[in-house]
Design a protein around this ligand. Structure first.
Ligand code: SF4
Ligand code: SF4
Length: 360
């Protein structure tokens, strides 16, 4: 069995760039506001055919997510490196782009008799949307719970999308490991959509091509952080190189080992990591705090982030306790982000407004 530097198993063909950029999301800070999603949407997915695309989206967990039930659609690799069976999600499962009958209300002469109910591309009432089950969560009262899970393309080291593309339209950049889809080369076969187990590639029905998160590479090249990370009011999206030992990414992933990939069993070696959520203690039926356990079942978090999650939660809790006692904690200091932006994306601190000569 071959293993990488972090001890994870490797099978099949890997795409190791010179350096690998990564993101870490601290789930203890996510507000679920989707400012990240909107900042990406307004910057990159404004053209015709891209209306339904959410290259980054924050889902409520437990929830079916975007596209609907993506965790049960298949894709990625078997432990022996063979591709896993999968299917392409439908336009409706992604959430489509809804239309409101504004023309009828404002110009059709029907005035108040028409109400602004959304319709999908078939003219039907939508049954799913990008963050449809927002704040629904799981568990039973008084121990119901939820947390937010921001999701982007993982810019994987073993990208199932890249290997599935017969047109070589998908590549992984040598300088930073960013996975890009060249939509000029793409012929719209959608094998990538089928192969990606995270279902992070969208189909442009107007241009007949696949499109996906580009890690804001034109911004990176000017030393500006990706829009989702820069706009996030929770300041939880860390960006940097995995090999930069003084940077927050290396500290969280390799030194403190508290940032875990999502569904690593899919076999694509994702380069997006999550600091798991420390959720409140359980309550008894009379509303008293039951300190014996967390409100979220550990098995649920293990299903998402793997078997180490319990251990990680204990490390976070121990370091929090140190801070409460007034002792030093490098882990907590890293997660707190005292100085923005240098503490959270040290290589990408340029302000886009300055680069644009003061124009936003
Ligand atoms: S998350 Fe999906 S689209 Fe992104 S690199 Fe991995 S396999 Fe490809
Ligand atoms: S990642 Fe940041 S911007 Fe996105 S939903 Fe969470 S808090 Fe809001």
């Amino acid at each position: 069995m071959v293993q990488d530097k972090t001890g994870r198993e490797i099978d099949g063909k890997l795409h190791k760039p010179r350096r690998q950029l990564a993101m870490v999301f601290d789930l203890n800070k996510c507000l679920g506001c989707n400012t990240c999603s909107m900042s990406c949407k307004t910057q990159w997915t404004r053209e015709e055919g891209m209306e339904s695309m959410w290259w980054t989206i924050t889902n409520t967990m437990p929830g079916k997510g975007t596209p609907k039930d993506w965790e049960s659609l298949g894709g990625g690799f078997e432990p022996d490196g063979r591709q896993k069976a999968s299917r392409i999600p439908s336009r409706e499962e992604f959430g489509d782009a809804w239309k409101l009958p504004k023309e009828d209300v404002f110009f059709g002469g029907k005035g108040k008799t028409v109400q602004l109910h959304p319709r999908n591309h078939r003219g039907e009432k939508p049954q799913w949307g990008a963050n449809w089950d927002e704040d629904q969560g799981g568990g039973e009262y008084p121990n119901s719970f939820y947390f937010y899970l921001p999701r982007i393309c993982n810019h994987c080291t073993h990208p199932a999308c890249l290997e599935a593309c017969p047109r070589a339209a998908i590549s992984k950049r040598e300088e930073d490991g960013v996975v890009l889809l060249n939509d000029e080369k793409c012929k719209g076969f959608r094998f990538c959509m089928e192969a990606c187990p995270y279902k992070r590639i969208y189909y442009n029905h107007v241009r007949d091509v696949g499109q996906k998160c580009i890690f804001c590479f034109p911004r990176l090249e000017k030393g500006v952080a990706p829009a989702c990370a820069r706009q996030c009011p929770g300041r939880l999206r860390f960006v940097g190189y995995l090999d930069d030992e003084s940077g927050p990414i290396h500290k969280l992933v390799h030194k403190w080992k508290v940032a875990l990939p999502l569904h690593s069993e899919y076999g694509t070696q994702p380069n997006v990591y999550y600091v798991p959520p420390v959720l409140p203690a359980r309550l008894t039926s009379t509303g008293k705090v039951d300190p014996s356990g967390s409100r979220v079942p550990l098995e649920y978090l293990e299903n998402l982030f793997g078997p180490r999650v319990g251990e990680v939660l204990k490390v976070i809790e121990a370091e929090r306790e140190k801070k409460r006692r007034g002792e030093a904690s490098e882990l907590m200091d890293t997660l707190i982000v005292y100085k923005w932006p240098e503490d959270i994306f040290p290589d990408f601190t340029n302000d886009p407004i300055v680069l644009n000569g003061g124009q936003s």
